[in-house]
Design a binder for this molecule. Sequence first.
Ligand SMILES: Cc1cc2nc3c(=O)[nH]c(=O)nc-3n(C[C@H](O)[C@H](O)[C@H](O)COP(=O)(O)OP(=O)(O)OC[C@H]3O[C@@H](n4cnc5c(N)ncnc54)[C@H](O)[C@@H]3O)c2cc1C
Length: 433
Amino acid sequence: MDVIVIGGGIGGIATAYQLRAAGHRVCVIERHATVAQGATYGHGGAVLPSPLDVWFGPTFMGTRRANKTGILFKPGFDAATREFAKKLALLRDPEAFTAQYARLHPLVELSRQAIADIDGLFEFDYEQRTGLLHVFRHERELAQAAPAIELLRRFQVPHRVLTPKECVAAEPSVPDDPPFAGGVLLETERTANCPLFTKLLKHILEEGGVQFRLGREAASIRLDGERAAVELAPLAPAGTERKRSREVEVVAADAIVVAAGTGTPALLARVNRRLPLHPLRVHTLTAPIAYEEHAPHITVVDSVKRIAMTRVNQRLRVAGGAVLQSAAKAAKPLPGDLTRRALALLGQGTHDWIPGAAKVSAARPWDGVRLFSSDGLPVVGATSHARLFVNAAHGPAGWGLACGSAKVIADLVSGVTPDIPADTLAALSIDRF
Ligand SMILES: Cc1cc2nc3c(=O)[nH]c(=O)nc-3n(C[C@H](O)[C@H](O)[C@H](O)COP(=O)(O)OP(=O)(O)OC[C@H]3O[C@@H](n4cnc5c(N)ncnc54)[C@H](O)[C@@H]3O)c2cc1C
């Protein structure tokens, strides 16, 4: 079949890879001049999400105090944002959390397998490192993480619950003073460079005959019974900066996959499919290593504040500092004081857990928006139109989940039953809203 994938982030590129592997002819449409420029560019590094990493559950967003949760609330919520926060809060209940993570788990495992297959085939070097240490300041927080730790045990994810002394032994850059409650070491989980992985995969796709329409924006989707098509926004004629040509180009296909990150709801709204997804602005700091002896050799995660500190060669990448605000405001740049507060959370996280490791004053800040659903799961699957598919809203775990969700999409497009349980497929489906 001829399949169009809209979006050149990890979601779109992984989808194109699985579609090509399934024998389809694929065209990727991306509005930027190259791939991995959206949320994929700013990833924090964790490859696969564990029950401790997902952005829902008993330890997530317990209060509105940013210094406790790592999440900033921008005043002036609209009703939709209040509703989003309220629904997400329901998953703080341990039973609800456990049931929801259990639905997601098969997708995590499918991704693990898909990434292992890609690693086995191409032996890419995308700056992989092994080991994540989740740390907890207070006993109460560690107790709240008990359902997640129980899920690690149930799904046989290799892990060790550590005393503070054992944490310091596992990662000597973590100070034993001030005191903290302990940690969970995920020795075999990996971090890596997601944009690099995306670009390496793109190269393989180009060699495999996948067509890339870069620098082109999908303006709308056209659907009828027989064929589907994407209308491309007109290009500005050469030599003109602003004026656009009136010529509309339409690319037809047998199927379309929307993997357009935060651009997904707008594209689907044009075919009357409204998704209650919420954008969250998230920050990173990339700082040079200050003192080698203080730099962590495994990734350290402030588990409650969801701040991940990952070493990438001679740099430290700190990711987190999310800002919850009304959806309409998320597309606009944040006011300076909020940006400063979000970045200060990241600086504080570094100071608390790996002091002296990085030159935070010389750090390069970045921020990007990622889409969340209020039930914590992505939107992956078919739609009510047989030729339209969606792969989006992976929230904090789009890097890891991309390769598995891409496989689900490729199976659905090919008319094959995906290799995940039916309740997982239903929980990811667009029809659940
Ligand atoms: C700070 C930060 C830290 C993160 N840390 C992690 C982590 O540690 N682990 C993890 O697994 N995930 C992490 N994530 C999440 C992960 O990065 C995202 O879930 C993932 O990159 C989303 O990929 P995507 O392809 O869906 O979206 P994107 O990367 O945003 O790609 C979507 C693409 O679609 C294009 N597009 C949109 N609309 C159109 C249109 N109309 N026409 C043409 N092109 C269009 C955009 O230009 C963009 O390139 C993090 C995200 C952020 C922001």
